[in-house]
Design a protein around this ligand. Sequence first.
Ligand code: PLP
Length: 478
Amino acid sequence: MRTAGDVTLALVIDRTDPRPLPRQLADELRTAIGSGLVIAGEPVPASRALAQRLGVSRGTVVAAYDQLLAEGYLLGRVGHGTVVNPALREVHPPSTSRGPAEQTAPTRARVVDLRPGQPWTADVVNAGWRAAWRRAAARPLAPLPVAGLPELRTEIADHLRRMRGVRRAADHVLVTAGARDGLGLLLAMLGTGRTVGVEDPGYPSLRRVPPRLGSSVMPLPTDDAGLVCDDLPTGSDAPHVVVVTPSHQYPLGGSLPVARRQALLDWARSEHVVIVEDDYDSELRYTSAPLPALAALDDPDDGCVVTLGTFAKTLGPGLGVGFLLAPDRLVDELRRTRSDLGQPVSQVAQWAMADYLASGELRRHTQRMRREYRRRRALVLQLLGDLPEARVKAMDGGLHAVLESEIPESELISRIRQGGVVVAGLADYWSRPSPGAGGIVLGYGGVPIDELRTGLEAIAEATRDPDGASIGTRPGTP
Ligand SMILES: Cc1ncc(COP(=O)(O)O)c(C=O)c1O
């Protein structure tokens, strides 16, 4: 238990002050209790130790304590020494107590949070996970190589070979804190004033990175298969970097066909563009195996594809571990940049991930999660797959679904909210006002399955016209 004896109280005794020393000390302690520096219920420092620290006699401290005991600030307890009176709690609640908003908030019905981005994390912590962290924590702390632990980079290279059909040396891998960190590292290396092409619609969190680092964003059109690759800007209009999600277009779900992948790479080579492949969830595929990563089609030495990987979807965003895979020509400069910025992932987390990958635990966990998400995906299709006013977009993988509807988006979201469910609006994923249909994006990974069912039923209900009449069309639609 923490005691006031552990707190080095800044008590000031001034020998030029005309007040007697016991009185000065009592005043100082009263102020410390009043300001919450010493909390109700905590034992006060032992009189001998405090006297020694302040350079006063023990009798001075005892007299000050007696005064505060008499005033009710302190309480003497047999066997517990002297404590700050617990009854003062009501007068001076400890600073760690709940904030005013929380204290006064009325009890409300539970909201089902189906906003996307959250996987099912309750099953991550098992014996294998605990063992990996225990072993990692027992290792002596040692200097961390700038690109990350060689053992983790070797495991990531192996993971990419098995899962994504990419054969690369571990030297081409850098450990990152996730996809945004990887993009930030690349842009820090390239310098300010760059233009970064992004899919429209696309992942808003990645789109926000370039402006933070002095570069601008160029929205590029997509269709049902992903990035439209036959009319990409050339010459001085070409962006320096393009961020794509070829495996599973975010958020609409298309998979970039091989011919488009080849066209994208040909264009990038001739226009000297760096392609950033955001490979965020290809392990979570339910209908067929994903196409090999774009990096598998690229030249490992002189190529143009930088792949961003993350464990945010398979394990959880709170882990903060990911990786970047780059062609040989970019590796040295990326390492120098990382050396200047520092390696953001702790040694313990890196050893734990290396162990977790090497033992096959991540593969087993991913297989279990795939089964769980397949079940949830089936539930989404069962409850939302056949609605008169809304259509679910292709759902071959991932943890979210897009429901398009002619109901104006804000109205649909507000009806869903009234049904006790929160989701994201599709409009938020566009860089500019959406030319297509409106809709919602819902995550089906983050809540227990019975809560998901309740949420999906409420969404289905919200798409039905409350008056039984034809539902209004979106503004601007005929
Ligand atoms: C499209 C997309 N890319 C990348 C990520 C992961 O980003 P980060 O690792 O920076 O959290 C996510 C996570 O939700 C995502 O949806």
